[in-house]
Design a binder for this molecule. Sequence first.
Ligand SMILES: OCc1cccc(Br)n1
Length: 446
Amino acid sequence: PIKAVAEARTVVGKITEPTGRTDKGLIDTQPPRGTRDFFPEDMRLRNWLFGEFAAVSTAFGFEQFDAPVLESEELFVRKAGEEITDQLYNFEDKGQRRVALRPELTPSLARLVLQRGRTLPLPAKWFAIGQCWRYERMTRGRRREHYQWNMDIVGVAGVEAEAELLAAIVTFFERVGLSKDDVGVKVSSRKVLQSVLTQYGVPPESFARVCIIVDKLDKLPRDKVEEELRVLGVPPATIDGVLSALSIRSLEELSRLLGPDSEAVADLTRLFQLAEGYGYKDWLVFDPSVVRGLAYYTGIVFEGFDREGKLRAICGGGRYDRLLGAFGGDNAPMAGFGFGDAVIVELLKEKGKLPAPPHRVDDVVVPLDTALRPAASGIASRLRRAGRSVDLVLENKKMKWAFKHAEKLNASRLVLVGASEWERGKVVVKDLAKFHQEEVPVEDLI
Ligand SMILES: OCc1cccc(Br)n1
């Protein structure tokens, strides 16, 4: 047995106690494939980022909602060949129910809107920050989860909704220190593609699938995209028509192609006019090749991008006026965006703008001998009730250690509970920034 324990010690390392795991080796301490742990330093960054998401949402008067990560699979079963549904993290639970880890938040939002039905006051402006999942074959070693910030407006049919959502995205970029020289937002409308396909007599039921294939243009070679369109039954002439429309780079040109009464031209013209009013027009780029990869978009679509073109889309969104109908409900106009927590961090890191929020406390409280531990605990409670963050030293430590500890915690003050001062109803408060100390009566301590 001694030898076995000794062996176990080597396998399990310093955490093995005599009662440690001697039958097996150390558990796998890595998180499941494609997922991340958030150690405290990671959580501080994540809390900062989510704090920025929430601050922008609040500045725009949005209310926060959430829904289960686990949803009925039926919410995400769409037949448009989207990557997001091809990679659904779905399974059958112990009650033989078909369920899935949500790959996005929008269908859950739609479910909640339908749940409220006519009782939901419109317009509703809701936001969420939630973990979303995909089951990616690890061949590409990509992540299987990320956190996504969503903002959505329900009940506004005009592009004023999209203009407000774009303003929120620009506000976020400015808050985190990115300028229009670092990032931009490509804007288009699916009505462009819809008009072209209609001109070529492509049946409306193929529209969503064509969009999903065209969305792959920035990921697949053009001939692969053309092949997929051909397989879908889109004739070569139509393919050329579609692809040439996507190379247009001005609304004037678009107007010449689609005609003066085009809804797409009217929507986009209005959107750029509103953007001028908000003051973020220079952040926008009209780019009809932007179609986004979600089947349910019906109008304006947009995506945030880094001007150096090194990274994947930073965020994306658009109008989706028929999602409630797809779930069997009455349609209501809806528009929104999703903003992931990964690309933005890569971009901020690259731009040297990624904060590294330190762990800090306001006060470190130290009893200078064991008999004073109850007194020190009382001091810590008093300070905490006053709203201070307090690290109470829980073991008997010397002054030298306490100083180093307070420094490590970036503490503002070191509060020493010593016998002679305590007898006089006082404690010693050392201001660590001003190298100044004073005896403070306990009743005055805050
Ligand atoms: O944006 C697509 C997506 C969905 C779920 C999880 C991850 Br990682 N990525």
